[in-house]
Design a binder for this molecule. Sequence first.
Ligand code: HEC
Ligand code: HEC
Length: 328
Amino acid sequence: MKKLLKIFGILAGLLVVFLISGYIYINSKYPDVGPAPELKIISTPEMIERGKYLAIGYASCIDCHSQRDFNKFAGPVVPGTEGMGGMDYGEGAGTVIAKNITSDKETGLGNWTDGEIFRAITMGVDRDGEPLGPMMPYMYFRNMDEEDIKAIIAYIRTLPPIKNEIPKHDLKFPVSLIFRTIPTKPDFKKLPDKSNTVALGQYYSGGCMFCHSPMEKGEFIKGKEFSGGKEFPGPNGGIVRSVNISPDKETGIGNWTKEQFIQKFRSYSTSEAQNIHVKDGDFNSIMPWTFYNVSTDEDLGAVYDYLMTQKPVKNLVQRFDPTGIPPY
Ligand code: HEC
Ligand code: HEC
């Protein structure tokens, strides 16, 4: 008996040593993305314009990094809070609050170099080389056109400084360890030519893919892309589900014309549409309707063309369940 206990003790000891050395190894070796690149962005009005278009529209920087008013439909930005951060994206992994990305020198990015911001957006580490949670979607930004990333930086440099200190994320174990291993070097793709609308639509549809495609164990389910059904906490209670935007004619958007698709976005662009009051317990949407309407008809049309090349999937989704239990 004593002997057995001793063996068990040795084994347990070895396991602890193994775990501790693994922990130390990951902590010291990762994230493994190297120093921030030497980079000096000479911004032009065109770049700032392009950066603004992306930061408000498809790249969603402003959605996530501002205060939103969810007493209104689709949560428009509270004017004057652009870039100040403060919303929690932890989703059960801990507390991961969107950072202050205004030009404030103490609490924002005012003292960061262009290279440090570039590395944060495309490789997912902060100024000190510490990992950012993947709620900050650097895995998508790492595949954008490098010139678009520079344009976004040129634009966020123009955000008026707001003093707002955001605490460092507070992650549960082992999430804290796993998040260290995710950052990787970027793999930039060129912005497709306007004439190739399907490729252009794909370039702009990372956010659509993320919210509208069901996942299993953190991976998109092959063959179910854009079929909806992903659940989110409703901003005003209950659960909200992304709907099916695959080209299925009955349960998706296969019967929509391109004009109808574009019109759906435009219908949220009026000031009336952005001032619809929503009471607690009522349906409210997390779909960034009030942001995407900055997109041009060409680019929305390209997204439509891309979606129409996808596999039609039959999946009827109920977009709101007032009594549903939120997933996180
Ligand atoms: C889905 C929400 C979301 C989107 C979209 C998003 N971010 Fe973030 N971002 C976050 C969160 C959350 C953090 C904090 C992550 C953490 O602390 O682990 C963050 C962190 C950052 C940081 C690090 C700042 C610091 O002080 O460490 C920068 C820079 C940044 N984001 C810029 C951007 C830019 C630029 C865009 C658009 C290209 C963008 N973000 C889009 C949620 C988002
Ligand atoms: C943050 C998550 C999120 C993102 C990003 C997102 N959606 Fe949605 N979308 C939703 C949710 C949730 C709904 C259902 C609620 C609603 O209708 O507003 C929805 C609804 C829709 C609808 C309405 C369909 C109908 O039958 O009424 C369309 C069309 C749509 N999304 C297209 C897109 C496209 C295209 C993109 C990318 C450019 C996109 N969505 C990005 C979450 C998202």
